[in-house]
Structures are given as C-alpha cells and as structure tokens.
Design a protein around this ligand. Structure first.
Ligand SMILES: [Zn+2]
Length: 192
C-alpha cells in the first residue's frame, strides 16, 4: 500500500462501492458505474456522511455534456484507492462507442473491508439502504440521478444535477453575447 494512509473518508467510499458490488452476499461480483458513484458521493455530502467539497463540472451525461455537482476530493480519493490497489476502474464501451467507467473492488479491497469500523459502515448504510433493508438502485434519467426503492415506491433525487443555472450555465454565454455585440458596435462606430 506504499505506506499511504487510508483515511476515514476513503474507507467509507470503499465500503459504499463494495455494497454495490455484492451479489448473494459475495463482494466484487458486480461493478458500479462512475455516474452513480459520483451521485452517491454528492448525496453523502448533502447528508453529512461524506466530508468532501464539490463544484459544478461539465461531464458526459446520457450522450451529452451536462454540469453536475462533482466532488474533486471524492474523485481524488477514488484515485488514491486505486493507487492503494483496493479499487479497480473498468473501462466499458457504450453502444455509441463512448467510453464510460465502472468501479469494482480488488481482492485486497474485499479483504480490507474487515478492517473498516462498524461506525463507518453504519453511516454509509444509512445513505444507501432503504428502511426496508433493500439497497437503493441508482438510476441515471434525463431529469436527474435518483436512488430508488421499487418495493417502497421511494425515489430520492441525489441532486447531483441541481446546478444554479444563472451562475454556471447561462450567464457566461449571455455575457459573451453582450460583449461581442458591444465590440462590434464600437468597430462600426469607428468606421463612420
Ligand atoms: Zn424500501
């Protein structure tokens, strides 16, 4: 592990991903795609279960680019978990030949789960498990990314797509238009 410390946040993140790789009580069977991971991280920040910062960032979203609330610190921890050989990132090709990524645990990562404190596991369980005991499925939809329990008919918006439109999307475009117009007016004026 190169002597690098695995922080409490990294442990929580590893356990979060681990739960989504479980099939019939066995870890590492499934993989979870990157967008659901990033959405759960953001939801975890909102619920004070993960202690990371975040900022709007343009990412691929259903074959388009879109601004999402992305945690750079969360992404850094994902990278550090890979460097520590606890996590692996898998590249998948979509039907439209765009590459997307998914995460799974390594054998060492699965073994490492035993050393994660119950307190940290419980905190993540509160985030990802419905009261009925089922794991929320994370679904990417045009209107947002949701945590869903079909049994209980619960649909929680992770709010990863809730960006302040004015500040991050529209205003830079409007500003550019206004400036462009102004500068062309000046040029017209100079000619006359
Ligand atoms: Zn439920």
């Amino acid at each position: 592990m190169n002597g690098e410390e695995i922080t409490q946040q990294m442990k929580r993140l590893l356990y979060l991903i681990a739960e989504y790789t479980k099939s019939e009580e066995k870890y590492g069977v499934l993989a979870i795609k990157e967008l659901p991971v990033l959405s759960l991280i953001f939801r975890g920040i909102l619920e004070n279960i993960l202690d990371y910062d975040y900022a709007p960032q343009s990412v691929m979203y259903m074959d388009n680019r879109r601004f999402l609330n992305i945690s750079k610190e969360g992404e850094d921890d994902l990278d550090d978990l890979r460097d520590a050989k606890l996590l692996k990132k898998i590249r998948l090709a979509t039907r439209r030949h765009v590459f997307i990524y998914a995460y799974n645990l390594t054998v060492s990562g699965i073994k490492f789960l035993d050393s994660i404190m119950k307190e940290d596991k419980n905190a993540i369980d509160q985030l990802i498990y419905c009261k009925c005991g089922d794991l929320y499925s994370v679904q990417v939809q045009p209107e947002g990314i949701f945590m869903i329990c079909n049994k209980c008919n619960i649909k929680i918006d992770t709010e990863i797509t809730d960006i302040e439109d004015v500040a991050y999307k529209c205003s830079p475009i409007r500003l550019r238009t206004r400036l462009t117009r102004k500068s062309s007016n000046i040029r017209d004026g100079e000619k006359k």
